[in-house]
Ligand binder design. Sequence first.
Ligand SMILES: Cc1ncc(COP(=O)(O)O)c(C=O)c1O
Length: 399
Amino acid sequence: MKNDPFLKFNSLFEIPRDLIYLDGNSLGPLPKSAAEAISNVIHNEWGKLLIKGWNQSGWMNEPESLGNEIAGLIGAKQNCISVGDTLSLKVYQALASALQLAPKSGAVLSDEGNFPSDIYVANSLLKQKKLPPVRLVKSDSLESEIKKGDVSILMLTQVDYRTGYVHDMTRLTNLAKKEGIITIWDLAHSIGSLCLNVDQDKIDFAVGCTYKYLCAGPGSPAFIYVKPNHIPLIEPEISGWLGHKFPFKFDLSFVSAPDIRKLRIGTPPVIQMAALKAALAIWEKVDMKSFRQQAQKITQLFIEEIENFELDLELVSPRNPDHRNSQVSFRTKNAYEKMQALIELQVIGDYREPDIMRFGFNPLFNNEGHAIEAAKRLSSIIKDSLWKNKKYTKRNLVT
Ligand SMILES: Cc1ncc(COP(=O)(O)O)c(C=O)c1O
Protein backbone atom coordinates (compact mmCIF):
# COMPACT_ATOMS: atom_id res chain seq x y z
CA MET A 1 0.00 0.00 0.00
CA LYS A 2 1.11 3.54 -0.74
CA ASN A 3 2.25 5.73 2.16
CA ASP A 4 3.03 2.68 4.26
CA PRO A 5 6.14 3.70 6.20
CA PHE A 6 6.84 0.06 7.04
CA LEU A 7 6.73 -1.34 3.52
CA LYS A 8 10.50 -1.70 3.46
CA PHE A 9 10.30 -4.21 6.32
CA ASN A 10 7.85 -6.58 4.58
CA SER A 11 10.45 -8.41 2.54
CA LEU A 12 12.53 -9.18 5.64
CA PHE A 13 10.05 -11.88 6.69
CA GLU A 14 9.39 -15.32 5.29
CA ILE A 15 5.62 -15.51 4.83
CA PRO A 16 3.97 -17.66 2.14
CA ARG A 17 2.91 -15.44 -0.77
CA ASP A 18 -0.86 -15.83 -0.60
CA LEU A 19 -1.15 -15.94 3.15
CA ILE A 20 -2.48 -13.12 5.31
CA TYR A 21 -0.82 -13.71 8.64
CA LEU A 22 -2.71 -12.07 11.51
CA ASP A 23 -1.23 -14.09 14.35
CA GLY A 24 2.09 -12.35 14.87
CA ASN A 25 0.82 -11.40 18.35
CA SER A 26 1.06 -15.10 19.20
CA LEU A 27 3.97 -16.33 17.08
CA GLY A 28 5.84 -13.87 14.91
CA PRO A 29 6.91 -15.06 11.44
CA LEU A 30 10.45 -16.02 10.54
CA PRO A 31 12.82 -13.14 9.76
CA LYS A 32 14.95 -14.26 6.80
CA SER A 33 18.01 -13.02 8.67
CA ALA A 34 17.14 -15.32 11.59
CA ALA A 35 17.25 -18.34 9.30
CA GLU A 36 20.70 -17.24 8.14
CA ALA A 37 21.85 -16.58 11.71
CA ILE A 38 20.67 -19.99 12.88
CA SER A 39 22.40 -21.67 9.97
CA ASN A 40 25.59 -19.78 10.79
CA VAL A 41 25.50 -20.83 14.45
CA ILE A 42 24.83 -24.43 13.52
CA HIS A 43 27.38 -24.81 10.75
CA ASN A 44 30.13 -22.35 11.56
CA GLU A 45 29.97 -22.11 15.34
CA TRP A 46 28.58 -25.33 16.78
CA GLY A 47 29.67 -27.32 13.72
CA LYS A 48 33.23 -26.06 13.54
CA LEU A 49 34.09 -24.65 16.95
CA LEU A 50 32.17 -27.17 19.04
CA ILE A 51 32.60 -26.36 22.73
CA LYS A 52 35.02 -23.53 21.93
CA GLY A 53 31.91 -21.62 20.76
CA TRP A 54 31.10 -20.72 24.37
CA ASN A 55 34.21 -18.54 24.48
CA GLN A 56 35.10 -17.79 20.89
CA SER A 57 31.59 -16.98 19.66
CA GLY A 58 30.61 -15.20 22.87
CA TRP A 59 27.66 -17.53 23.55
CA MET A 60 28.13 -17.29 27.29
CA ASN A 61 27.64 -13.52 27.42
CA GLU A 62 24.52 -13.43 25.29
CA PRO A 63 21.85 -13.54 28.01
CA GLU A 64 23.03 -10.09 29.11
CA SER A 65 24.19 -8.69 25.75
CA LEU A 66 20.79 -9.52 24.26
CA GLY A 67 19.21 -8.08 27.42
CA ASN A 68 20.99 -4.82 26.67
CA GLU A 69 19.48 -4.82 23.19
CA ILE A 70 16.01 -5.50 24.59
CA ALA A 71 16.55 -2.56 26.98
CA GLY A 72 16.06 -0.12 24.10
CA LEU A 73 12.61 -1.55 23.39
CA ILE A 74 11.32 -1.27 26.95
CA GLY A 75 13.06 1.93 28.00
CA ALA A 76 15.43 0.28 30.46
CA LYS A 77 18.97 1.20 31.45
CA GLN A 78 21.80 -1.15 30.48
CA ASN A 79 22.73 -4.21 32.56
CA CYS A 80 19.39 -4.84 34.21
CA ILE A 81 17.88 -7.47 31.90
CA SER A 82 18.67 -11.17 31.74
CA VAL A 83 17.47 -13.31 28.84
CA GLY A 84 16.66 -17.00 29.19
CA ASP A 85 14.14 -19.69 30.11
CA THR A 86 10.41 -19.38 29.46
CA LEU A 87 8.23 -16.49 30.49
CA SER A 88 6.41 -18.57 33.11
CA LEU A 89 9.74 -19.11 34.86
CA LYS A 90 10.56 -15.41 34.63
CA VAL A 91 7.21 -14.57 36.25
CA TYR A 92 8.15 -16.95 39.07
CA GLN A 93 11.54 -15.27 39.49
CA ALA A 94 10.01 -11.81 39.42
CA LEU A 95 7.42 -12.61 42.07
CA ALA A 96 9.94 -14.44 44.25
CA SER A 97 12.22 -11.40 44.08
CA ALA A 98 9.35 -8.98 44.72
CA LEU A 99 8.37 -10.98 47.82
CA GLN A 100 11.86 -10.37 49.20
CA LEU A 101 11.39 -6.60 48.91
CA ALA A 102 7.72 -6.21 49.80
CA PRO A 103 6.17 -6.02 53.26
CA LYS A 104 5.25 -9.58 54.32
CA SER A 105 1.65 -8.95 55.30
CA GLY A 106 0.17 -7.54 52.11
CA ALA A 107 -1.69 -9.21 49.27
CA VAL A 108 -0.50 -9.94 45.75
CA LEU A 109 -3.01 -8.17 43.52
CA SER A 110 -3.80 -9.00 39.90
CA ASP A 111 -6.75 -8.89 37.54
CA GLU A 112 -8.93 -11.43 35.76
CA GLY A 113 -7.46 -10.41 32.41
CA ASN A 114 -4.05 -11.69 33.41
CA PHE A 115 -2.66 -14.68 31.56
CA PRO A 116 -3.50 -17.93 33.39
CA SER A 117 0.13 -19.12 33.49
CA ASP A 118 1.10 -16.03 35.48
CA ILE A 119 -1.59 -16.78 38.03
CA TYR A 120 -0.81 -20.51 38.22
CA VAL A 121 2.91 -19.85 38.73
CA ALA A 122 2.28 -17.12 41.28
CA ASN A 123 -0.12 -19.28 43.26
CA SER A 124 2.25 -22.22 43.34
CA LEU A 125 4.99 -19.97 44.71
CA LEU A 126 2.65 -18.35 47.25
CA LYS A 127 1.47 -21.79 48.38
CA GLN A 128 5.05 -22.93 48.95
CA LYS A 129 5.58 -19.82 51.04
CA LYS A 130 2.33 -20.42 52.94
CA LEU A 131 0.97 -17.09 51.72
CA PRO A 132 -2.59 -16.43 50.48
CA PRO A 133 -3.20 -16.84 46.73
CA VAL A 134 -3.24 -13.93 44.31
CA ARG A 135 -6.17 -11.57 44.86
CA LEU A 136 -7.88 -11.49 41.47
CA VAL A 137 -10.19 -8.57 40.74
CA LYS A 138 -11.92 -7.10 37.71
CA SER A 139 -9.62 -4.72 35.90
CA ASP A 140 -11.85 -1.72 36.60
CA SER A 141 -11.50 -2.35 40.36
CA LEU A 142 -7.71 -2.29 40.33
CA GLU A 143 -7.38 1.36 41.31
CA SER A 144 -9.69 1.06 44.32
CA GLU A 145 -7.95 -2.17 45.41
CA ILE A 146 -4.54 -0.50 45.17
CA LYS A 147 -5.76 2.29 47.46
CA LYS A 148 -7.09 -0.10 50.12
CA GLY A 149 -3.71 -0.16 51.84
CA ASP A 150 -3.44 -3.95 52.18
CA VAL A 151 -1.61 -4.77 48.94
CA SER A 152 2.13 -5.33 48.81
CA ILE A 153 2.65 -6.48 45.20
CA LEU A 154 0.83 -5.51 42.02
CA MET A 155 1.34 -8.16 39.33
CA LEU A 156 -0.26 -7.42 35.97
CA THR A 157 0.02 -8.21 32.30
CA GLN A 158 -0.15 -4.87 30.52
CA VAL A 159 -2.26 -6.17 27.64
CA ASP A 160 -5.27 -8.43 28.10
CA TYR A 161 -4.46 -11.40 25.84
CA ARG A 162 -8.10 -11.90 24.91
CA THR A 163 -9.32 -8.39 24.22
CA GLY A 164 -6.11 -6.44 23.61
CA TYR A 165 -7.09 -3.92 26.33
CA VAL A 166 -4.00 -1.96 27.39
CA HIS A 167 -3.63 -1.07 31.06
CA ASP A 168 -2.32 2.42 31.75
CA MET A 169 0.97 1.13 33.13
CA THR A 170 2.31 4.57 34.06
CA ARG A 171 -0.80 5.51 36.01
CA LEU A 172 -1.24 2.19 37.83
CA THR A 173 2.46 2.07 38.71
CA ASN A 174 2.28 5.61 40.05
CA LEU A 175 -0.72 4.81 42.20
CA ALA A 176 1.00 1.67 43.45
CA LYS A 177 4.19 3.59 44.30
CA LYS A 178 2.21 6.01 46.45
CA GLU A 179 1.05 3.03 48.51
CA GLY A 180 4.54 1.49 48.73
CA ILE A 181 3.50 -1.39 46.46
CA ILE A 182 6.10 -3.30 44.41
CA THR A 183 5.11 -3.64 40.74
CA ILE A 184 5.62 -6.54 38.33
CA TRP A 185 4.55 -6.07 34.71
CA ASP A 186 4.30 -8.84 32.16
CA LEU A 187 5.08 -7.23 28.81
CA ALA A 188 4.53 -10.35 26.66
CA HIS A 189 2.02 -8.59 24.42
CA SER A 190 3.57 -5.14 24.76
CA ILE A 191 7.17 -5.48 23.66
CA GLY A 192 7.43 -4.75 19.95
CA SER A 193 3.97 -3.22 19.96
CA LEU A 194 3.76 -0.39 22.49
CA CYS A 195 6.04 2.48 23.46
CA LEU A 196 7.45 1.43 26.82
CA ASN A 197 9.55 3.17 29.42
CA VAL A 198 10.09 0.97 32.45
CA ASP A 199 12.88 3.13 33.84
CA GLN A 200 10.95 6.39 33.66
CA ASP A 201 7.83 4.66 35.02
CA LYS A 202 9.86 3.38 38.00
CA ILE A 203 8.69 -0.16 37.46
CA ASP A 204 10.28 -2.65 39.84
CA PHE A 205 10.17 -5.83 37.75
CA ALA A 206 9.17 -6.56 34.18
CA VAL A 207 9.13 -9.78 32.22
CA GLY A 208 8.26 -10.68 28.66
CA CYS A 209 8.72 -13.08 25.82
CA THR A 210 10.37 -12.76 22.43
CA TYR A 211 8.34 -15.08 20.20
CA LYS A 212 5.34 -12.78 19.69
CA TYR A 213 5.84 -9.33 18.11
CA LEU A 214 9.62 -9.62 18.26
CA CYS A 215 9.61 -12.65 15.92
CA ALA A 216 12.45 -14.62 17.53
CA GLY A 217 10.76 -17.97 16.90
CA PRO A 218 8.81 -20.68 18.73
CA GLY A 219 10.34 -21.33 22.14
CA SER A 220 12.67 -18.32 21.98
CA PRO A 221 13.85 -17.20 25.42
CA ALA A 222 12.05 -14.82 27.75
CA PHE A 223 13.56 -11.90 29.68
CA ILE A 224 13.42 -10.39 33.13
CA TYR A 225 14.07 -6.75 33.99
CA VAL A 226 14.97 -5.65 37.51
CA LYS A 227 15.09 -1.99 38.53
CA PRO A 228 18.83 -1.30 38.92
CA ASN A 229 18.83 -0.43 42.63
CA HIS A 230 16.97 -3.66 43.47
CA ILE A 231 19.56 -5.92 41.82
CA PRO A 232 21.96 -6.04 44.81
CA LEU A 233 19.02 -6.55 47.21
CA ILE A 234 17.50 -9.70 45.72
CA GLU A 235 18.63 -13.30 45.89
CA PRO A 236 17.66 -15.77 43.17
CA GLU A 237 14.85 -18.10 44.26
CA ILE A 238 16.07 -20.73 41.81
CA SER A 239 19.81 -20.71 42.27
CA GLY A 240 21.15 -22.43 39.19
CA TRP A 241 24.86 -22.79 38.55
CA LEU A 242 25.03 -19.98 35.99
CA GLY A 243 23.64 -17.53 38.54
CA HIS A 244 26.65 -18.27 40.72
CA LYS A 245 29.36 -15.65 41.15
CA PHE A 246 31.96 -18.15 39.91
CA PRO A 247 30.10 -20.95 38.07
CA PHE A 248 33.29 -22.62 36.92
CA LYS A 249 34.64 -22.98 40.44
CA PHE A 250 31.95 -25.62 40.92
CA ASP A 251 31.67 -24.75 44.59
CA LEU A 252 29.02 -26.70 46.46
CA SER A 253 27.70 -23.62 48.20
CA PHE A 254 25.85 -20.99 46.21
CA VAL A 255 27.04 -17.39 46.10
CA SER A 256 25.02 -15.26 43.71
CA ALA A 257 26.59 -13.17 40.95
CA PRO A 258 26.82 -9.52 42.00
CA ASP A 259 24.81 -8.29 39.00
CA ILE A 260 21.82 -9.22 36.86
CA ARG A 261 23.53 -12.53 35.98
CA LYS A 262 22.26 -13.78 39.35
CA LEU A 263 18.91 -14.42 37.60
CA ARG A 264 20.41 -16.85 35.13
CA ILE A 265 19.57 -20.44 35.89
CA GLY A 266 21.16 -22.85 33.43
CA THR A 267 22.65 -23.17 29.96
CA PRO A 268 21.53 -20.44 27.53
CA PRO A 269 19.64 -21.63 24.40
CA VAL A 270 22.32 -20.68 21.89
CA ILE A 271 20.53 -21.53 18.65
CA GLN A 272 17.37 -19.72 19.66
CA MET A 273 19.42 -16.74 20.84
CA ALA A 274 20.90 -16.46 17.35
CA ALA A 275 17.37 -16.00 16.00
CA LEU A 276 16.63 -13.43 18.71
CA LYS A 277 19.75 -11.48 17.88
CA ALA A 278 18.79 -11.35 14.20
CA ALA A 279 15.22 -10.30 15.06
CA LEU A 280 16.47 -7.56 17.40
CA ALA A 281 18.65 -6.17 14.60
CA ILE A 282 15.41 -5.50 12.70
CA TRP A 283 13.75 -3.88 15.71
CA GLU A 284 16.70 -1.58 16.13
CA LYS A 285 15.58 0.16 12.93
CA VAL A 286 11.94 0.52 13.99
CA ASP A 287 10.59 3.79 15.33
CA MET A 288 8.09 2.56 17.92
CA LYS A 289 6.03 5.76 17.89
CA SER A 290 5.24 5.49 14.20
CA PHE A 291 4.85 1.70 14.53
CA ARG A 292 2.17 2.29 17.14
CA GLN A 293 0.40 4.87 14.97
CA GLN A 294 0.45 2.54 11.97
CA ALA A 295 -0.86 -0.39 14.03
CA GLN A 296 -3.69 1.81 15.34
CA LYS A 297 -4.53 2.83 11.79
CA ILE A 298 -4.67 -0.76 10.52
CA THR A 299 -6.67 -2.10 13.48
CA GLN A 300 -9.12 0.80 13.13
CA LEU A 301 -9.58 0.02 9.44
CA PHE A 302 -10.10 -3.68 10.19
CA ILE A 303 -12.80 -2.88 12.75
CA GLU A 304 -14.57 -0.54 10.30
CA GLU A 305 -14.39 -3.03 7.44
CA ILE A 306 -15.78 -5.85 9.58
CA GLU A 307 -18.53 -3.68 11.01
CA ASN A 308 -19.56 -2.52 7.50
CA PHE A 309 -20.41 -6.13 6.71
CA GLU A 310 -22.85 -6.26 9.66
CA LEU A 311 -21.87 -9.75 10.75
CA ASP A 312 -22.70 -11.45 14.04
CA LEU A 313 -19.35 -10.34 15.47
CA GLU A 314 -19.23 -8.30 18.66
CA LEU A 315 -16.13 -6.20 19.10
CA VAL A 316 -14.57 -7.00 22.47
CA SER A 317 -11.41 -4.96 21.94
CA PRO A 318 -11.53 -1.35 23.08
CA ARG A 319 -12.91 1.05 20.48
CA ASN A 320 -10.56 3.77 21.68
CA PRO A 321 -7.28 3.04 19.85
CA ASP A 322 -5.25 4.35 22.79
CA HIS A 323 -6.64 1.56 24.96
CA ARG A 324 -6.25 -1.10 22.28
CA ASN A 325 -3.09 -3.01 21.46
CA SER A 326 -2.21 -4.05 17.89
CA GLN A 327 -4.93 -6.64 18.20
CA VAL A 328 -8.64 -6.90 17.39
CA SER A 329 -10.90 -9.49 18.97
CA PHE A 330 -14.51 -10.34 18.27
CA ARG A 331 -16.94 -12.44 20.24
CA THR A 332 -19.14 -14.73 18.19
CA LYS A 333 -20.87 -18.12 18.37
CA ASN A 334 -18.83 -20.96 16.83
CA ALA A 335 -15.73 -18.79 16.90
CA TYR A 336 -13.49 -21.85 16.66
CA GLU A 337 -15.16 -23.20 13.54
CA LYS A 338 -15.20 -19.77 11.91
CA MET A 339 -11.50 -19.32 12.56
CA GLN A 340 -10.70 -22.76 11.13
CA ALA A 341 -12.66 -21.94 7.99
CA LEU A 342 -10.88 -18.59 7.70
CA ILE A 343 -7.50 -20.27 8.06
CA GLU A 344 -8.45 -22.50 5.14
CA LEU A 345 -9.07 -19.30 3.17
CA GLN A 346 -5.48 -18.27 3.93
CA VAL A 347 -6.13 -15.79 6.73
CA ILE A 348 -4.52 -16.91 9.97
CA GLY A 349 -5.78 -15.55 13.26
CA ASP A 350 -6.50 -17.54 16.39
CA TYR A 351 -9.25 -18.64 18.73
CA ARG A 352 -9.44 -18.04 22.44
CA GLU A 353 -11.90 -19.69 24.76
CA PRO A 354 -14.80 -19.48 25.00
CA ASP A 355 -15.95 -17.50 21.96
CA ILE A 356 -13.22 -15.18 20.71
CA MET A 357 -11.71 -14.72 17.27
CA ARG A 358 -8.44 -12.88 17.69
CA PHE A 359 -6.41 -11.01 15.06
CA GLY A 360 -2.99 -9.47 15.59
CA PHE A 361 -1.49 -6.85 13.29
CA ASN A 362 2.20 -6.12 13.04
CA PRO A 363 2.95 -3.31 10.56
CA LEU A 364 6.36 -4.81 9.82
CA PHE A 365 4.54 -7.41 7.70
CA ASN A 366 0.83 -6.45 7.79
CA ASN A 367 -0.72 -3.56 5.89
CA GLU A 368 -4.11 -1.97 5.30
CA GLY A 369 -4.71 -4.21 2.29
CA HIS A 370 -4.50 -7.23 4.62
CA ALA A 371 -7.12 -5.71 6.91
CA ILE A 372 -9.52 -5.11 4.00
CA GLU A 373 -9.00 -8.55 2.44
CA ALA A 374 -9.21 -10.42 5.75
CA ALA A 375 -12.51 -8.69 6.56
CA LYS A 376 -13.87 -9.65 3.13
CA ARG A 377 -12.93 -13.31 3.56
CA LEU A 378 -14.34 -13.44 7.07
CA SER A 379 -17.56 -11.97 5.80
CA SER A 380 -17.86 -14.65 3.11
CA ILE A 381 -17.24 -17.39 5.67
CA ILE A 382 -20.10 -16.13 7.77
CA LYS A 383 -22.53 -15.03 5.03
CA ASP A 384 -22.04 -18.20 2.98
CA SER A 385 -22.02 -20.40 6.13
CA LEU A 386 -18.72 -21.96 5.04
CA TRP A 387 -17.79 -22.57 8.66
CA LYS A 388 -20.64 -25.08 9.07
CA ASN A 389 -18.64 -27.82 7.37
CA LYS A 390 -18.18 -30.58 9.98
CA LYS A 391 -14.42 -30.72 9.43
CA TYR A 392 -14.00 -27.40 11.23
CA THR A 393 -15.28 -28.79 14.52
CA LYS A 394 -12.20 -30.97 15.03
CA ARG A 395 -10.22 -29.34 17.86
CA ASN A 396 -6.49 -28.97 17.34
CA LEU A 397 -4.08 -29.25 20.24
CA VAL A 398 -3.14 -25.59 19.79
CA THR A 399 -5.99 -23.22 19.01
C1 LIG B 1 0.98 -12.75 29.04
C2 LIG B 1 1.64 -14.08 29.01
N1 LIG B 1 2.30 -14.50 30.12
C3 LIG B 1 2.89 -15.71 30.15
C4 LIG B 1 2.86 -16.56 29.05
C5 LIG B 1 3.54 -17.89 29.13
O1 LIG B 1 4.73 -17.86 28.43
P1 LIG B 1 5.69 -19.14 28.31
O2 LIG B 1 4.93 -20.20 27.59
O3 LIG B 1 6.84 -18.64 27.50
O4 LIG B 1 6.08 -19.56 29.66
C6 LIG B 1 2.21 -16.14 27.88
C7 LIG B 1 2.16 -17.02 26.71
O5 LIG B 1 1.58 -16.73 25.69
C8 LIG B 1 1.58 -14.87 27.87
O6 LIG B 1 0.92 -14.45 26.79
